[in-house]
Design a protein around this ligand. Structure first.
Ligand code: GDP
Ligand code: IMO
Ligand code: MG
Length: 420
């Protein structure tokens, strides 16, 4: 029938997983279209916390097909671990998970190459999650990568060894070596174990599903400001995290896309290096981190925190064609006297609302101050939310020109205020 898209508009960790889990019952298929185990999507189901890295966030809904699309990269070891964790709580992953044959495999040495590359960059390092993402996408675009479908071919091991020796040569250039024989053995065991799960030609599977009236939700990983083309390059990930990535990452045509849900936090965070215009280096930033438990879901690193950056959000709305905004973690700001929104940037004498090609170190953010609401949020009705919070949300809508349709007020599945 149609494909809706849900993606992050900031630097990742906007709360995508929780919202996908909430929206999932309206769909037949949830599909990841890019990224890999660098993602960490947190869901609370019956008060129990789960962090998904490669498996789509619809997996807790038994009627749904969850697809790992061709644009994703998987590490067999971590995927198997994720599957086992979910099976241990009674989910039937063999029925609900479908892996595209065209997915690229993260090989054991991809992670070493990631670490070697980061080490060689010194202070300029990206702050990668070190899951092998950059190196595997390099192999994909360099036309070297091994696809998931290749594990069923008789020359799989041969191809693996060929690529491995290329990786070894590269590691020599980096002067980097680490013994990984035990990990490699585990990796091959995981490959064998994964053969018990469903593999599909996901482009045909989705096409058939759409023709038979089914609805698909494409789940983004990372965020627009980490997109390899439009993010704060080179401090980005290695895939297209934007709505355009859905077409290439799942093999669907653009006219099949209906709604584009853009998820933002009520403030802003970033983990890893790179420009962050509205970052706070003071006790206010510390308070946001503490209230919001802002520590990475994949690496546990503290997330950098700052005020909402509207020029960046508007840029992301433009690139993705966002049709509805979802604002998460408003409760994190419940005890602030004053809340600021970055409205424009000041670069010397120039004021601009556009996100610049290079974020100049002298760039300043022009903020608009908003009164805090200073109370807990106990309602599910927008009109009963404290007036300063309603105004805050309305400001986001007015400035972006996009309606805010969902407001998230806590970690739980139902901690939501729906506007339409
Ligand atoms: P994702 O990568 O976009 O799925 O987001 P993460 O799971 O990495 O990070 C979002 C974090 O915020 C998780 O710990 C969620 O449990 C939590 N979270 C999501 N929505 C809300 C919310 O509205 N309020 C609060 N306090 N926490 C939230
Ligand atoms: P989710 O899907 C936040 C960041 C890393 C680093 C940069 C490159 O949970 O929102 P990579 O491992 O891709 O080489 O890292 O991107 N990064 C994320 N930050 N959330 C994520 O995913 C991220 N995935 C990668 O911290 O700065
Ligand atoms: Mg995350």
């Amino acid at each position: 029938m149609y494909v809706d898209v849900l993606l992050g508009l900031q630097w990742g960790d906007e709360g995508k997983g929780k919202i996908v889990d909430f929206l999932a019952p309206q769909y037949d298929i949830i599909a990841r279209f890019q990224g890999g185990p660098n993602a960490g999507h947190t869901l609370y189901v019956n008060d129990k916390k789960f962090v998904l890295h490669t498996i789509p966030s619809g997996i807790f809904h038994k009627h749904l097909a969850n697809i790992i699309g061709n644009g994703v990269v998987i590490n067999p070891t971590t995927l198997l671990q994720e599957i086992k964790n979910l099976e241990s709580v009674g989910l039937t992953i063999k029925d609900n998970l479908f892996i595209s044959r065209r997915v690229s495999l993260i090989l054991p040495l991809h992670m070493q190459l990631d670490a070697a590359s980061e080490k060689s960059k010194g202070d300029d390092k990206i702050g990668s999650t070190l899951r092998g993402i950059g190196p595997v996408y390099m192999d994909k675009t360099g036309r070297n990568s091994i696809k998931y479908g290749d594990i069923f071919l008789s020359n799989f091991k041969e191809r693996y060894l060929k690529l491995k020796s290329k990786h070894q040569e590269l590691l020599k250039l980096y002067n980097y070596s680490e013994d990984n024989a035990a990990y490699e053995e585990e990796w091959f065991k995981a490959i064998d174990a994964l053969k018990a799960y469903q593999v599909i030609d996901s482009e045909y599977y989705i096409d058939q599903a759409l023709k038979s009236g089914k609805k698909v939700l494409a789940e983004g990983a990372q965020g627009t400001m980490l997109d390899v083309d439009f993010g704060t390059y080179p401090f980005v990930t290695s895939s297209n995290t934007i709505s355009g990535g859905v077409c290439s990452g799942l093999g669907i045509a653009p006219q099949k896309i209906r709604e584009v849900y853009g998820v933002i936090k009520a403030y802003c965070t970033r983990v890893g290096s790179g420009p962050f215009p509205s970052e706070l280096h003071d006790e206010t930033g510390e308070k946001i981190r503490k209230n919001g438990h802002e520590f990475g879901a994949t690496t546990g690193r503290p997330r950098r925190c700052g005020w909402l950056d509207l020029p960046a959000v508007k840029y992301a709305c433009m690139i993705n064609g966002v049709t509805q905004l979802i604002v998460t973690k408003v409760d994190v700001l419940n005890d602030f006297e004053e809340i600021k929104i970055g409205e424009s940037y000041q670069i010397g004498n120039n004021t601009t609302e556009q996100f610049p090609y290079i974020v100049d170190p002298t760039l300043q953010v022009n903020y608009q101050s908003h009164p805090g609401w200073n109370c807990a949020l106990e309602t599910k009705e927008f009109n009963q939310l404290p007036t300063p919070l309603q105004n805050y949300i309305n400001t986001i809508s007015e400035k972006t020109g996009v309606e805010v349709s969902i407001i998230s007020t806590g970690v739980g599945r139902d901690d939501l205020v729906l506007r339409s």
